[in-house]
Design a protein around this ligand. Structure first.
Ligand SMILES: C[S@@+](CC[C@H](N)C(=O)[O-])C[C@H]1O[C@@H](n2cnc3c(N)ncnc32)[C@H](O)[C@@H]1O
Length: 228
């Protein structure tokens, strides 16, 4: 029998840890094994735990950096912008097992991997679109509980606000992973983060928490907002 950690529930719905709290895990929605090369543990009874790599997933990094607001529930509807090949989407899909993860990605190459992942998971809706052009998917995506964005573009804050305004329900939560270098390669990241925070406040959202993602991601922060 394989050696595995003792999996313990955490304060974050759908997320487990081990006795030393050194790693986080989600319970695999399917029994198909690893999605992006992450470590998996199969337990008797067909349960499988997938280790969440904080160096590959910024949401995974948020867990290690003490995120205080965890908006994901079993039946959450999530709009995920910048899905790439579905590394983080796969964990959100494990957590929101009876919900939906509307996953928007602009680039054809990662999108084909995302399609493959979605074919095995009923709660992932892959959408190939530019997240700047909400009209391209406004007929597909309903009002959602969470907007999550991980898009390295100069106008990332504007893209986020546009989607929050259209899709997020009042009281819902938004998480944006901000990459300073995509906004400006010269300015001090701290100033850029302050500007983005101000922009989100000016857009009418309540800024709940900001999280620096070092050492997992350089010059990145996560900002968590609530639409009031
Ligand atoms: C850092 S990667 C996302 C990684 C992914 N969130 C994860 O953790 O598994 C950023 C992705 O955003 C996509 N992207 C960039 N601009 C976009 C846009 N305007 N609309 C939709 N996706 C975009 C890129 O093609 C890329 O796959």
């Amino acid at each position: 029998m394989s050696n595995h950690p003792k999996f313990i529930e955490t304060e974050y719905f759908g997320v487990y840890t081990d006795e030393n709290r050194s790693n986080y895990y989600t319970k695999g929605l399917t029994k198909r094994g690893s999605v992006y090369g992450e470590k998996t543990y199969r337990l008797p009874g067909g349960i499988m735990y997938r280790q969440w790599d904080p160096y590959r997933s910024k949401l995974g990094a948020c867990l290690h950096k003490g995120i205080k607001y965890w908006p994901f529930k079993e039946d959450s509807k999530v709009l995920y912008l910048g899905a790439a090949s579905g590394t983080t989407v796969s964990h959100v899909s494990d957590i929101c097992a009876n919900g939906y993860v509307f996953s928007v990605e602009i680039s054809a190459r990662p999108f084909s991997d995302l399609l493959r992942l979605a074919s095995k998971r009923q709660n992932i809706f892959p959408i190939m679109a530019d997240a700047r052009k909400v009209r391209e998917y406004v007929h597909i995506v309903p009002e959602v509980d969470v907007v999550y964005q991980d898009i390295a573009q100069r106008d990332q804050a504007e893209i986020f606000a546009k989607n929050v305004d259209v899709f997020l329900r009042r009281g819902g939560y938004g998480l944006i992973m901000v990459k300073a270098r995509s906004i400006d390669v010269v300015r001090d990241p701290k100033d850029i983060f302050k500007d983005v925070e101000e922009y989100l406040k000016d857009s009418g959202y309540k800024v709940l928490q900001t999280i620096r993602l070092e050492p997992y991601e350089k010059d990145h922060i996560a900002i968590i907002i609530q639409k009031v």
